[in-house]
Design a protein around this ligand. Structure first.
Ligand code: SAH
Length: 349
């Protein structure tokens, strides 16, 4: 199998250059252009044109553009790619802020976790992405970004800890080759406890986010079926292990769903649950549910979400309300793909 462009390591580049009988500095130049400068191959004019042509064939990109959509303010861009390997559909989102740029990447095509409110979960699992496909999402977004990409979040399609080896290999490339600091890389999990334990043992202190969504097991199981296998108590124990070993706060994500998990009683139960972890180790990120075709309930009103956050804060729990970026372009997990499948968005090919 050919190695895709961003699966190739510095050693692979050195070998390729040696096979062509070229001087070794060419390998370093290629690496510098692709990873440090983060420019597309055809813009790497320090390289001779015939070498660029050769590389384009020897190291093909892994993702072909299917759809690009931009928010009206132009600060959020979402791409739907088709994998060159088999046509699997993959989503990536770029969010530009005044002080940073964040790329949200997918770790799988589809997802097996079947969270009831999630568009990706509703569509089912297709396959794991490989490291080259994951890293290329960051690089392709960097090509389009007006500022340097500083943060990467694994909050696109898929459950990253169910594809641990490829995700971790991608994290090491994003950190080591693209130079993004470990703490600016966030892995979001639905609570795959064995993967969380592995994360706690890793050298790189990446940030962990846990999708909690309910403070009690019956309520959480109704939204997140994996809770039957790894109940809240075990997920929190593993989260504490990661926080302790990485010296980082864990973010608990909480999608607010009207009358399902957003009452004062839920806020109090959530505070009771998280207080024992200690204020230095927890942070709750609230987001009003984005509506999806397969889930009949609606997101909480903004004022309810703000009250919920305030109630957590009075209990000493740090809470923020996530800006709901990109809803005009189907910014939520799996939503662009499901719209395309329904035939409501145009494709570029
Ligand atoms: N599988 C991982 C990462 C992907 S989803 C995880 O579950 O953490 C990233 C976040 O978006 C998760 O917190 C997920 O629960 C949330 N999410 C998915 N669909 C959503 C929707 N329709 N509205 C709001 N949040 C959603």
């Amino acid at each position: 199998m050919t190695t895709s462009r961003y699966a190739a390591t510095a050693a692979d580049l050195a070998e390729l250059v040696a096979d062509l009988g070229l001087p070794t500095y060419r390998g370093r130049q290629i690496h510098e252009a692709l990873w440090t400068q983060r420019i597309p191959l055809d813009a790497a004019t320090a390289l001779p044109a015939d070498l660029r042509r050769h590389l384009d064939e020897a190291l093909p990109t892994a993702l072909d553009l299917a759809v690009e959509s931009r928010s009206t303010d132009d600060r959020t861009v979402k791409w739907l790619w088709r994998a060159a390997r088999d046509g699997a559909q993959i989503e990536t989102v770029l969010m530009e802020y005044p002080d940073r740029a964040t790329v949200c990447v997918s770790s799988q095509a589809g997802c097996a976790m079947a969270c009831t409110f999630c568009a990706t979960g509703q569509a089912g699992f297709e396959r794991h992405l490989d490291r080259g496909e994951i890293v290329e999402q960051v690089v392709r977004a960097a090509h389009a970004s007006s500022r340097r990409v500083s943060n990467v979040v694994f909050m696109g399609m898929g459950e990253p800890l169910a594809n641990y080896d490829e995700v971790w290999a991608a994290v090491e490339r994003i950190h080591g080759d693209l130079g993004i600091s470990a703490r600016q890389i966030t892995i979001s999990t639905v609570g795959v406890v064995p993967g969380m334990r592995r994360l706690a043992a890793e050298r790189l202190p990446v940030t962990l986010a846990v999708s909690l969504h309910a403070p009690d097991d019956p309520g959480r199981s109704a939204l997140v079926p994996l809770n039957d296998r790894y109940p809240i108590r075990e997920v929190l124990r593993a989260a504490r292990e990661v926080a302790g070993s990485h010296g980082r706060r864990v973010t608990f994500e909480y999608a607010c769903i009207a009358d399902v998990n957003d009452t004062d009683a839920h806020a109090d139960a959530l505070a009771d649950l998280l207080t024992p972890l200690g204020p230095h180790f927890t942070h709750v990120n609230l987001i009003p549910l984005n509506p999806t075709a397969g889930f009949p309930t609606r997101g909480s009103e903004r004022v309810r979400v703000l009250d919920f956050a305030a109630r957590l804060r009075t209990r000493g729990i740090a809470a923020t309300v996530r800006r709901n970026r990109g809803t005009d372009i189907d910014g939520a997990c799996g939503q662009l793909r499901s719209r395309v499948a329904l035939g409501r968005a145009g494709t570029a090919d």
